[in-house]
Ligand binder design. Structure first.
Ligand code: MSP
Length: 504
């Protein structure tokens, strides 16, 4: 029997500007899942792919504005993405740039296959084009010469191009989506895509750009006058990075099909409509799931470079700590919904969840182990009482609770996982307050005290193990402090942030 594998992808980010909190959110969420799956399946059975989308008009314009060549410009920005993933503790197994030879060669081969089988044809295009979105619009979709998505001015264009026959596969796609409720998640997005497909006739997709208008792209193998539309090029990364076509044009890969394509809702259409049809036409199996999460907003608007309201992930993680930043993103916004980013909410969560609850539990437990048992973790010398039993039951149940929440069917509910972990932390803190260990010590109830400390140390270990995919450094530090033989208490993990104005 073949062993289960987990192949997860993030979007390939445009390198027209520096990464912001929104980009970091997707990669941190993907990292959390990858770490969790590595714990379950072993490192060798998990593959995490990320990278950058480097062709197209948007990048060309940004490069022109910076005075650099497109290649030099992308070489410069890509470093910021790689540095950010290193900083945020988001290791990847592969980082693909769409300008790399391995990708370019693969895309040309794939597109030739589609052309040879007649799914790409030449035609005339007349209509509207939104450069920032890199999207075509039909007359019927445009009301006032502005982009229906971003509301910026459209350009009128008329040119010879190549078209991919999306329409040929529309009925197939509807049936496919209906056959698998988990193919697109969350269910609101599933319904949205299905209703779009049922109520609209798909227009064939223009997959080329005349070189006269744009040269920064992959040249079409069957027309020296055109480059490939950036989306058509970029989507293929998910297969170009992990496999190849054999002599009979059959795609072979150790990792495909992907277990999960992760992204935000802004690019669901391309992933849930174009991409499955491209794969179908290439005779390649479908990915197992496509998940579109929500947006981080600032006030009423989506955080985005073009709106000029971005917050830097480097600044936030430098100011509050990497794990605190990761915790806030994964805890505060239910995966799939939108949320508002604010430093005030981050500080509130820091002080209550991290300083008061987790930090306090670890610190007070280790302090007591030092004080009462010379930093050695005692064995429990007696049968547990009712309260201990309840806590131990919750501790034993926790991994199962997390595995239920981290499934596609549960929409990868990171926030709920953290809530489950914090339930145990709250039970343990309440237990300390009720047992009043200082009284046990005074009354020389050594066996009770031993059982008490043993239980708390076991809880902390369980919390650290469950928390590892979310807050890897914190988990490691807790496990180090507990030690195998002896407690090795460090400084408090999360000293409170004082929110009182100075002087009060
Ligand atoms: N290059 C395309 C993707 C091609 S994938 C084959 C692209 N790039 S992007 O740089 O615009 O990145 C979009 C993605 O960044 C979103 O789908 C999401 O993963 C992330 N986010 C960007 N802004 C975001 C928020 N404000 N909030 C949450 N995620 C955001 O589209």
């Amino acid at each position: 029997m073949s062993k289960e594998k987990f192949y997860i992808t993030t979007p390939l980010y445009y390198v027209n500007s520096s990464p912001h909190i929104g980009h970091s959110y997707t990669n941190i969420a993907a990292d959390c899942l990858a770490r969790y799956m590595r714990q379950r399946l072993g490192k060798e059975n998990v593959w995490y792919l990320t990278g950058t989308d480097e062709h197209g008009q948007k990048i060309q314009k940004a490069a022109d504005a910076s005075g650099l060549s497109a290649q030099d410009f992308t070489d410069k920005i890509v470093v910021q993405f790689k540095e950010l993933w290193a900083k945020l503790n988001v290791p990847y197994d592969d980082f693909i740039r769409t300008t790399e030879k391995r990708h370019v060669d693969f895309v040309r081969r794939a597109i030739q296959i589609l052309y040879d089988k007649g799914d790409i044809v030449e035609g005339k295009y007349e209509g509207w084009y939104c450069t920032p979105c890199e999207t075509f619009w039909l007359d019927s979709q445009v009301a006032d010469k502005t982009c229906p998505d971003c509301k910026r001015a459209l350009e009128r264009i008329s040119e010879t191009n190549y078209f991919f026959k999306l329409s040929k596969y529309q009925d197939w796609l509807v049936k496919y989506i209906e056959s698998d409720k988990n193919f697109i998640r969350p269910v609101s997005r599933y319904n949205e895509v299905l209703s779009f497909l049922k109520n609209n006739k798909l227009a064939d997709l223009c997959i080329s750009r005349p070189k006269a208008r744009l040269s920064w792209g992959i040249e079409l193998p069957f027309s020296g006058d055109h480059v490939i539309y950036v989306w058509f090029d970029a989507l293929l990364n998910y297969i170009s990075a992990v496999g190849e076509f054999d002599a009979k044009n059959k795609y072979v890969s150790k990792w495909w099909p992907a277990s999960l394509h992760l992204m935000a809702k802004d690019i669901l259409r391309q992933h849930a409509v174009y991409w499955p049809i491209m794969l179908k036409s290439l005779d390649i199996p479908m990915p197992k799931a496509i998940f579109a999460h929500g947006w981080w907003m600032v006030g009423e608007s989506k955080m985005s470079k073009s709106l000029g309201n971005v917050i830097s992930p480097v600044e936030m993680s430098d100011k509050y700590g990497i794990d605190v930043y990761r915790y806030f993103l994964l805890r505060d916004m239910p995966f799939g919904l939108d949320g508002t980013f604010s430093e005030d909410s981050l500080i509130k969560r820091f002080n209550s969840d991290l300083a008061n609850d987790l930090g306090n539990l670890v610190y007070r437990t280790l302090t007591m182990a030092e004080k009462y048992f010379n930093a050695e973790v005692p064995d429990a010398a007696q049968e547990p009482g009712q309260q201990e039993k309840v806590i131990r039951e919750k501790l034993a149940k926790l991994p199962g609770e997390i595995s239920l929440e981290l499934r596609a069917e549960a929409d990868f509910n990171f926030s709920a996982c953290l809530e489950r972990i914090w339930e145990l932390i709250a039970m343990a803190n309440k237990y300390v307050e009720e047992i009043k260990p200082w009284n046990l010590a005074k009354e020389n109830k050594t066996d009770d005290l031993k059982a008490f400390i043993r239980l708390l140390v076991d809880v902390i270990r369980g919390v650290a193990l469950s928390l590892a995919p979310f807050m890897p450094n914190t988990a490691e530090s807790i496990l180090e402090q507990i030690g195998a033989e002896k407690i090795n208490k460090g400084k408090p993990l999360f000293p409170r942030i004082d929110t009182k104005p100075a002087g009060k």
